[in-house]
Design a protein around this ligand. Structure first.
Ligand code: COA
Length: 445
């Protein structure tokens, strides 16, 4: 419909004001969008004509639909009812004892311990025991958890018998999700152990199958990090490699109410079971706005090629309106503390020649050039390096192909998803927000 069809304006305004129920009158709704009352018609009621010039180019449907609903939101906000926040930004939707992300200070706390104190001294099993403590029927102790996790890895490996050509052709994280869907649902510790073990076994096995090799059987005597690397490469990893993967898994174990963790809590709030929570969470994680950035970081480094080319390449990318991968964050206004944790975790690999030095020097040059150009181009928005930049270097150095990076993220984050799901089930209520209806109403009888 084009602008200037007064008969239709009446219908739209009246329909739109019914959305607001008793809160709106047609003339105030019309005034809010710059449509003025034209005349009174005894048969058809009030007529309105005109539209705010800033809406030129919009159809009347656009004008009424967008602005009347915004007016309704403004009206309710004036009454103190905050009814909608796009993206739920700054909305507090849960209380948690698990982790705190301080975006101003650049600090991550996991169960009362700052990330910088956890790194280097903590294995995946330690952080899992820390996060799950109090979330299970019995206390969780790291040594006991390590042994039971080993047995769970052996148990879940039987699911490789269900792999077929279709599953192997999927991206690795989707193949892992398909295999996870075969696990029984439940709320207890045995279910948790299976869910912690499963992605650690499935991802290396799927990668091997995709290379035309057979999956390797888990070794229950090894730590989770050591066994993942052994099942990936077929070789016993070095102590430095095991420590580096442990540092990665600990660093990403939990991170406040991010999108996948929220998905996990929503499912848990319905009491559907932990497998369902993890399936929802991994589905959220694989989206490119969440867990999909580290692969593109490597693509960017390869496209830049040499340190000399960094400034010009990055400038051209920003000119094209692109975002620089591995920079910026929704919560952090300073450097992401996880980036430094992972940069530090790479150092021992340098010393033993297990990392590509040229790649790393290029990454440092690109980081410096990117920070300088972002400061210059976006002076009002503090943009710094995020976790994904050094994730890319670390996981590549450990032998993971870039298409598997999101799956490795899932291996580490499953423990956070499980802890949040249990916390929600133990303390939370059914998560059931409301929406504002902005669609058409049935025609009046
Ligand atoms: N490169 C260039 N500009 C960036 C940027 C980046 N990586 N991240 C944000 N910006 C800019 C936006 O273009 C925008 O500028 P404008 O106001 O001039 O339009 C401004 O900063 C704010 O962007 P906004 O969309 O509000 O940021 P956000 O907080 O919603 O986005 C991310 C957070 C992570 C999605 C975003 O920083 C991003 O896309 N980063 C690259 C992908 C990445 O590394 N993801 C992994 C995150 S852990």
């Amino acid at each position: 419909m084009a602008l200037g069809e007064p008969a239709d304006i009446v219908g739209l305004i009246e329909a739109a004001t019914r959305i607001g129920g008793i809160l709106f009158r047609p003339d105030s709704a019309a005034a809010d969008i710059g449509i003025e009352r034209l005349r009174l018609c005894p048969k058809l009621g009030e007529r309105f004509l005109g539209c705010d010039p800033e809406h030129a180019g919009l159809t009347l449907i656009d004008c009424v639909k967008i602005d009347v609903n915004q007016s309704k939101i403004d009206h309710l906000s004036r009454k103190g009812e905050n009814i909608m926040k796009n993206g739920l930004e700054d909305v507090i939707a849960a209380e948690t004892q698990l982790s705190d992300v301080d975006g101003e200070a650049g600090r991550l706390i996991i169960r009362g311990i700052s990330l910088d104190h956890l790194i280097g001294e903590t294995s995946f099993e330690d952080v899992a025991a820390l996060l799950l403590d109090g979330m299970t029927e019995a206390p969780v102790e790291a040594n006991d958890l390590a042994a039971r996790l080993g047995s769970a890895r052996v148990e879940v490996a039987s699911h490789f018998s269900a792999v077929d050509a279709t599953l192997i052709s999927l991206p690795p994280v989707e193949a892992v999700r398909a295999l996870l869907a075969r696990l029984e649902d439940g709320e207890g510790f045995e279910t948790m152990l299976r869910l912690l073990a499963a992605p650690a076994v499935f991802l290396p096995g799927v990668l091997r199958l995709q290379r035309g090799e057979s999956p390797l059987a888990p070794d229950p005597a090894l730590s989770q990090a050591a066994d993942i690397l052994r099942m990936l490469t077929g070789k016993m990893p070095s102590a430095e490699q095991i420590a580096a993967l442990d540092a990665y898994l600990v660093t990403i174990s939990d991170h406040g109410l991010n999108a996948s963790t929220f998905a996990s809590r929503v499912i848990a709030s319905t009491r559907a079971g932990l497998t369902s929570s993890v399936l929802a969470a991994i589905s959220a994680l694989k989206g490119p706005l969440h867990g999909g950035a580290p692969g593109p970081v490597l693509d960017m480094l390869e496209a830049i090629g040499t340190a000399d080319n960094a400034k010009a390449w990055l400038g051209d990318a920003l000119d094209r309106g692109e975002r620089l991968m591995g920079f910026g964050h929704r919560v952090y206004r300073v450097r992401d503390p996880r980036a430094d944790a992972l940069k530090a975790a790479l150092k021992p690999l340098f010393a033993t020649g297990q990392v590509d030095r040229a790649r790393s020097e290029l990454a440092e040059a690109v980081e410096a050039a990117a920070l300088a150009i972002l400061r210059e181009r976006k002076p009002n928005r503090p943009l710094d390096v995020n976790v994904e930049f050094y994730t890319a270097l670390l996981l590549e150095a450990l032998g993971f192909p870039r298409e598997a990076f999101t799956g490795v993220f899932a291996i580490g984050r499953t423990v956070g998803w499980l802890a949040h799901a249990r916390e929600q089930a133990l303390e939370g209520r059914l998560i059931r927000p409301r929406s504002v209806y902005v669609g058409p109403l049935p025609a009046a009888a």
